[in-house]
Every structure is written in C-alpha cells, then in structure tokens.
Write a protein that binds this ligand. Sequence first.
Ligand SMILES: *[C@@H]1O[C@H](CO)[C@@H](O)[C@H](O)[C@H]1NC(C)=O
Length: 304
Amino acid sequence: LLLLLLLTLLSEKVSQMMEWASKRAVIRLNGEKFRRLIRAPPRNYSVVIMFTALQSQRQCAVCKQADEEYQILANSWRYSSAFTNRIFFAMVDFDEGSDVFQMLNMNSAPTFINFPAKGKPKPADTYELQVRGFAAEQLARWVADRTDVHIRVIRPPNYAGPLMLGLLLAFIGSLAYLRRNNLEFLFNKNVWAFSALCFVLIMTSGQMWNHIRGPPYAHKNPNTGQVSYIHGSSQAQFVAETHIVLLFNAAVTLGIVLLHEAATSDLDLGKRKIMCVAGIGLVLLFFSWLLSIFRAKYHGYPYR
Ligand SMILES: *[C@@H]1O[C@H](CO)[C@@H](O)[C@H](O)[C@H]1NC(C)=O
C-alpha cells in the first residue's frame, strides 16, 4: 500500500512538473513548491535551480544577464526533440522564496544548483559561476556532466544588426535610384564630409563600449527617485551619457564650422557676424559643458 501511495505521489509530482514546464521553460518556485516538489521524496527527475534576485530594487545586474543565458538553455531543452521528464529547469527568486535561501544557507545570487534524481546535491552539483561564467553553453556542459542529459544550445537569432545594415543599404540604394540621372552628389565633398563626421561622432562618443558592455540607459536612485544620466566614475558610462556627449561634440563641431564659414564665405557682412557670434557661443558653451562632465567623472581634474 505504501509503495502504491509513493508511486501515485511520484506520478502526480511528475505530471505537475510537466504541466508547469509546458507553460514556461523555467519553472518559478516559491518556498512551498520547492519543499513539495524538490525537497521531499520521492523524486525520479533532476531539477536544475537558479537561485536569483531579479527584482530591480535588489540591483543585481549579473542576475539579469545570467537569467537571459539560463532562459536560452531552458528553452533549448524545452523545445528540443529530446525533451523528457528526466530533468526540469526552475528558479527561486529571493523575493518569492527567501525561506529557501535560508534553508540552504545561501547568501549569494545568482547560484545554480542541480538537485539530482537520487540523493542530495554534492559539492559538484553547485555550478562554479566564478570560474566558468554563465554562458548557456557552459551551463549545458555542466548539466551534461551532472545529469547525462546533453542539451544543444540554440540561441535566438539576432536580427538587429542585419536589419540596420539592410535599412542603410536600402536608403543608399533608393537615394541613388531617385537621383539616377544626377549622381553628382556622390562627388559632393559636403556629403562625404557629413558622413565622415557622423561616423567620427558615433565612434568617439562610446557607442562601441555600449555595444560590448551593455550598460543601462540611465540610473534611477531607488531611495530618492533621482535619475542620473552621467555615471559618476571614469570606469563606466550610461547609454544616455554617450548620447549627451555625442550631442555636445556635434554642437562644438557646428560652432567651429560656423566660425570657418564666417571667415571664408562671401555672404554679406551682417550674416557673417551672426554666424561668428553663434559659432563662438556654441563652442564656448558646449566645450565648457563637456569639460565639467569630464571633471565630474575624473575627480581631481583641475579645469572646468
Ligand atoms: C518517474 O516516475 C513517473 C511515475 O512512475 C513516470 O511516469 C516517469 O516516466 C518517471 N520518470 C523517469 C525519468 O523515469
């Protein structure tokens, strides 16, 4: 009778896990679900659990990055033809299951632990995040080591790059087509100067750094609600900051171009005077503004 009871309980648990897994690749557990489906025997399935803190007030940037990779891994498994009820992927968020964190004596997030189908987790069932990083491929290798389930990681394709390139090519193509009888603009040095300037402004304002490091757009202080657009240290930057720097550089450049035009163009004197004053104003204002941003980031820099 006891055996029968255990078997019924087990199949109930398996079908419960399967039902959740059919809804989302990573099952969300709270304390109660964790105790019932993971902690308590009987169990014939492995569960990999990410212990994390995704609420924004926890300010765990690594948790978000690790979560993205974990979702990729779990989805690769969930939609693979090899999907079985041998292993499930789950997560416990600190704000939904702090009792689980306490029970396991866990004080850092994110942490990945494999709860094997038989017995308690061994030391190797805790993923060495510091050593191996949180790339989905590395996690998959560890899962294969611990559970013998081999998962081929399939990343969702990133269309943003090709899309932008396509748009740019389409734009250039249609421009050339519209002006097919008059391709002189290709020999216009202002067109080339303007394109080169755009490229330089993009490259000098730190867009490449953003692309590689993926910083947040700005930072909102959770206590005061104040939003800062400039990162207070020279070691980092926000996306908004690079846009500001780009605009300021563009304004200084415009000022210099106006000054140059004022000196060399053959417009009447009044217009050239206006250009001259506007140019000086732009350069003075935006260059000193740039300096004060620089000063705010490099503490101890003497000028402003
Ligand atoms: C675990 O047990 C349940 C119930 O007996 C069964 O349906 C399921 O296939 C088993 N899972 C594995 C991986 O053997």
